[in-house]
Design a protein around this ligand. Structure first.
Ligand SMILES: [Cu+2]
Length: 157
């Protein structure tokens, strides 16, 4: 028992010495690599980088895009979903089109976004930032489709 205890104590001491040695080595490197002025520059750079990272990390969390699926109807010039609701912010509308007839998703307000025209299982997608609550129309921009009623309502509230 005494031997084991002694051995453990010895191990702990060795670890401690190793840790201290590493710390000392780390400090020594800094001193060796650069003078006092260089050290100051390093510190400043690190602080600025940290601040930038923090800001960047917070922004995506605040504006995480909402993804809303608006597939086309099984057939015909129509969406399967004709009314969706979103919170103000960045919104992604994604339209899966299983039809052989080409379709897409598009919006005119508050800024015009026109998704790729797809068919046979392709997905058309637009991302838009809307801060003003209200009703916005999404539609298919393939000629004649909007007029035929391929539209829907995006409610931001
Ligand atoms: Cu269409």
């Amino acid at each position: 028992m005494l031997n084991r205890f002694g051995f453990r104590t010895l191990l702990m001491l060795m670890l401690l010495v190793l840790s201290l040695g590493l710390l000392a080595a780390g400090c020594g490197d800094d001193d060796d690599d650069s003078g006092d002025s260089a050290d100051t520059v390093e510190m400043t750079t690190t602080e600025e980088t940290d601040g930038g990272e923090d800001t960047t990390a917070e922004e995506p969390a605040d504006v995480a895009p909402q993804v809303i699926e608006i597939p086309t109807a099984e057939s015909g010039l129509a969406y399967a979903v004709t009314e969706v609701t979103a919170a103000p912010g960045t919104i992604t509308l994604t339209t899966l089109n299983e039809q052989s007839v080409p379709h897409n998703i598009a919006i005119d307000e508050p800024t015009q976004q026109i998704g790729e025209i797809v068919q046979d299982g392709g997905t058309s997608e637009i991302t838009i930032t809307i801060d003003e609550p209200g009703e916005y129309e999404y539609y298919c921009s393939v000629p004649g489709h909007r007029e035929a009623g391929m539209v829907g309502k995006l409610i931001v509230e």
